[in-house]
Design a binder for this molecule. Structure first.
Ligand code: COA
Length: 422
């Protein structure tokens, strides 16, 4: 059976709040955030009738209480999708949402369904990271993993040890630029376009949550330099060069390319390939490197063909290690997280893989000459995930020029092959 082409039609998210009692979503249920995203996706895409949605896949790390009971199915009922829509929850820690996308896309590619919603959510205020998990003591007693593998911040300190050329100053410089890029994107209105406003109840009464709470536009090099290093005495990882603890949900609408055509919808990007890779748990931040190599191999393209990178900045050191590996320019590269990343916006675990797709969708529109982009992220206990996407809104002079060049190069490649054969 030939795989069917899968396209992303739309992606949105809630604002990302700060986890905890002071955060804007403290009194809001995680499943209600999911419902908000689903309903907004349906509202924005009226050509897609509710009964067309075959599957509703949601990534979530902590699957209990307001995130339990198979969120993918409960949110079908709560969002008013028809009972014929199936749904499930999926967990790959931070890459839960990314896995929801790739799993739902696989279903579509294989013909199991035509239209799916895929998303991710994490209310880290209600569900502090790993708080109710019961890791097998053998992890540590039998030394299956290093103790530091159980603390993500400690794994980031390990990465600094592994790459001594990445100094604390570099991690801080990277983080400062991230905050500046995020601030510019917020001020230009770009981030607002990605957020569905949600009316929520707080200690100050009803308010509209339509802005991320984490960005710190006033960040300075001096301010960053003074921060504590909570994961190691005299360490390098601080609150300023890490992603934070956040509440948020993000979702997207996927379908076959043919279905989009039939409905008269202009899809935004096509899912070309994806891959996950395992690495040592105590250096989990390195995961995006092998995952990207694997995904590029599956897509049969080179890193040089990638015009935009959306990397989840769990920690700055991990982003810089990725840039060094693939020859991206430090501290900033025109391909890298053009609207800023998780250091500024936050990282509500399972939602981030879909947040990345949402950012890439907008970045593709802003850079119509770019053909391919990736979303990539590291995962606790040692994994990385990468999705390769093709821009379906290539237009304008620059895109035409790029396409001509690609065609010419492909012809040259074919000629070479023919000559070899001869
Ligand atoms: C690093 C971490 C422990 C910090 O948590 P926290 O202490 O609650 O964070 P805060 O936002 O309160 O920041 C701590 C301090 O740094 C300051 N700060 C944070 N970012 C700053 C910045 N860019 N510039 C200046 N100061 C900053 C805050 O103002 C605060 O100062 P205060 O103590 O004087 O109030 C937490 O964010 C964390 O664990 N992050 C990683 C999450 C993670 O592991 N995710 C999974 C990845 S795989």
């Amino acid at each position: 059976m030939k795989a069917r082409k899968v396209v992303l039609v739309d992606a949105i998210r809630t604002a990302f709040g700060r986890a905890g009692e002071k955060g804007i979503f403290w009194n809001t249920r995680a499943d209600d955030m999911v419902v908000k995203v689903i309903r907004e996706l349906m509202r924005r895409n009226p050509q897609v009738k509710p009964e067309m949605v075959d599957e509703n896949a949601w990534g979530v790390f902590c699957q209990e209480k307001d995130q339990g009971l198979t969120l993918g199915r409960t949110s079908v009922i709560l969002a008013g999708l028809p009972e014929t829509t199936a749904g499930y929850s999926i967990d790959r820690m931070c890459a839960g949402g990314m896995s929801a996308i790739t799993t739902a896309a696989s279903e579509i590619a294989l013909g199991a369904c035509d239209v799916a919603i895929a998303g991710g959510v994490e209310h880290m205020g209600h569900h502090p990271m790993g708080a109710t998990a019961d890791p097998n003591p053998r992890f540590l007693t039998d030394r299956l993993v290093d103790e530091s593998a159980m603390s993500m911040g400690a794994t980031a300190e390990n990465l600094h040890d592994m790459f001594p050329e990445i100094s604390k100053e570099m991690a801080d410089e990277y983080s400062l630029i991230c905050q500046q890029k995020a601030d510019a994107a917020i001020k230009s209105g770009k981030i607002g376009e990605m957020i569905v406003p949600m009316t929520v109840y707080t200690k100050d009464g009803w308010v509209v949550a339509d802005k991320d709470e984490q960005p710190r536009p006033n960040t300075t090099p001096e301010g960053l330099a003074q921060l504590r290093t909570p994961f190691r005495v005299m360490g390098k990882v601080t609150a300023g060069n890490s992603s934070g603890l956040n509440d948020g949900a993000a979702g997207c609408l996927l379908m076959t390319k043919d279905k989009a055509e039939e409905l008269g919808i202009q899809p935004k990007m096509e899912l070309k390939a994806f891959a996950y890779a395992g690495v040592k748990p105590e250096i989990m931040g390195i995961g995006p490197i092998p995952a990207t190599k694997k995904a590029l191999q599956v897509a049969d393209i080179k890193f040089e063909d990638i015009g935009l990178v959306e990397l989840n900045e769990a920690f700055a050191v991990q982003a810089v290690a990725f840039m060094n590996e693939f020859g991206l320019t430090f501290p900033d590269d025109p391909r890298m997280n053009i609207y800023g990343g998780a250091i500024a916006f936050g990282h509500p675990l399972a939602s981030s893989g879909v947040r990345l797709a949402c950012h890439l969708m907008h970045a593709f529109a802003a850079r119509p000459e770019v053909k391919y982009g990736i979303t990539t992220m590291c995962v606790g206990l040692g994994q990385g995930g990468t999705v390769v996407w093709k821009n379906l809104r290539r237009n304008g002079e620059k895109a035409e020029k790029a396409e001509k060049k690609e065609k010419h190069e492909a012809e040259k490649k074919d000629e070479k092959k023919e000559k070899k054969k001869g």
